[in-house]
Write a protein that binds this ligand. Structure first.
Ligand code: HEC
Ligand code: HEC
Length: 400
């Protein structure tokens, strides 16, 4: 509570709401009352939010399975791509490339997974509405791991049976080759001609593998940083320049979307970020919502633990070309930036935001004029958002 004045000032404001002489944010006089309250909310809570639909999210056996699978390249068609290919622990679970390469090069930038457990919506377009349902997309994407759900189930049985069964109970009788072909996913004949009940069994195994990976990603989560110390009262935790940048951050309206302790509203906005050279337009959130409506792994599907959540809404015009507001924690370590990695520097991202984006953009994004000093302070502030690495051993490759 060091930021906001109490007592006389609040009373005066209550009586005369527009009283200009009353400084309601004594430490940061440039800020409005409202922004001052927002600053206090920037501190990262001590605990993660509850998982969405995963009863095993904090289960140690599930975690031990997920830790192994995250680093296991056998879950890819060439036996050489693993989650850690694009989410490298030694690079903050990011790959420092404009767009990632697995079996082929994808058209999106890999987000760091260090903050995934803090957000509901996963990937730049939110095509996964929970953390546990996200990994299956990576496994089956032909450009990422190019694996199939039947192969995942068989690989679990061959390489991780005990770990799996400790966490989730017995595997189905996968060695019955007539019921469970060696490979296949929806759209492939081997899968499509399976009995619906057997498809459900395999889907349950892969959903559980996702749940194990979530349990791991909830451990491999970032800690706090200087900004948290500052907000909690240690005013020396930010330099004067960074503190000025904090004020500019609010003055420039960045908090309209990069809000709260994770510096994201966990929502989607169109900024008109242009396609990368040689790429077509990306519908972002609109296409993801259509995809999600078809998925059996969504929050209203059979593998969601606990009360079902509302089904996915249909896309609206605002979803066309909209992308997830990325966290700004650790932002200096996750360049190049933007959903397709087209921004080589933080200054270039800032230029793009400052001019109000391009084309048809969210009304929340305003064109903003900043002095050279203000810009430099804002970039310094973003650099001050670096956070601690996850605790050992989850910040590293498993010791097999
Ligand atoms: C070929 C590189 C590649 C591989 C392999 C890969 N990912 Fe990703 N990951 C990405 C990219 C790119 C995105 C963003 C995708 C998008 O927006 O469509 C992403 C998004 C994510 C996200 C969402 C994070 C966020 O902030 O939105 C999570 C979680 C994640 N991956 C976990 C995994 C797991 C677990 C695996 C292994 C099963 C995996 N990834 C394999 C590249 C990869
Ligand atoms: C209307 C909501 C909105 C506002 C306001 C906004 N941003 Fe963003 N920001 C986004 C979205 C959405 C993206 C991702 C855009 C994309 O790649 O398509 C983004 C991307 C970024 C990135 C790149 C992060 C990464 O990991 O790639 C940075 C840095 C950033 N914004 C900083 C700022 C700053 C500084 C301000 C204030 C001047 C600001 N933003 C205002 C929504 C917003």
């Amino acid at each position: 509570m060091f930021l906001r004045a109490s007592g006389a000032c609040s009373t005066a404001l209550f009586l005369l709401a527009t009283l200009p002489a009353c400084v309601e944010c004594p430490r940061l006089p440039g800020l409005s009352v409202n922004a001052c309250a927002q600053v206090e909310r920037l501190a990262l809570p001590a605990t993660l939010p509850p998982s969405v639909g995963n009863a095993k999210a904090d289960d140690r056996n599930a975690l031990l399975l997920g830790f192994q699978v995250f680093f296991d390249a056998r879950f890819s068609s060439n036996q050489d791509v693993r989650c850690a290919t694009c989410h490298l622990p030694e690079r903050d679970f990011h790959d420092a490339k404009p767009t990632s390469t697995g079996l082929a090069t994808v058209d999106r930038n890999s987000p760091s997974t260090l903050h995934a457990a803090w957000q509901r919506w996963q990937t730049w377009d939110g095509k996964a509405d929970s953390l546990w349902s996200q990994p299956l997309g990576a496994f089956e994407n032909p450009k990422e791991m190019n694996y199939t759900r039947l192969e995942i189930a068989h690989q679990i049985a061959a390489s991780h049976r005990a770990r799996y069964e400790n966490a989730f109970g017995p595997l189905p009788p996968l060695d019955d080759g007539a019921r469970f072909p060696s490979k296949g996913k929806p759209g492939e004949e081997s899968w499509d001609r399976m009995a619906a009940a057997d498809q459900l069994e395999v889907n349950r195994v892969v959903a559980n593998v996702g749940k194990a990976l979530e349990a791991y990603m909830r451990k491999a989560v970032h800690g706090t940083g200087r900004i948290d110390k500052y907000v909690q009262g240690d005013t020396s935790a930010l330099t004067k320049e960074e503190e000025k940048g904090l004020v500019v951050f609010f003055k420039a309206g960045c908090d309209a979307c990069h809000s709260g302790p994770t510096f994201t509203d966990d929502a989607f906005h169109a900024l008109g970020v242009p396609p990368a050279p040689g790429m077509g337009p990306d519908r972002g959130r609109a296409a993801a919502l259509e995809q999600l409506a078809q998925s059996p792994f969504s929050v209203d599907g059979p593998f969601h633990d606990g009360p079902k959540l509302a089904p996915t809404p249909a896309p609206t015009a605002a979803d066309e070309g909209a992308f997830h507001t990325p966290t700004l924690r650790n932002v200096t370590r996750t360049g190049p930036w933007g959903h397709n990695g087209i921004f080589p520097t933080l200054a270039s991202v800032l230029d793009f935001h400052q001019k109000g984006g391009e084309g048809k953009v969210s009304p929340k994004l305003k064109k903003v004029d900043l002095t050279t000093d203000e810009r430099a302070a804002l970039v310094a502030f973003m650099a001050a958002l670096e956070v601690d690495d996850p605790p050992q051993p989850w910040n590293n490759w498993p010791d097999r």
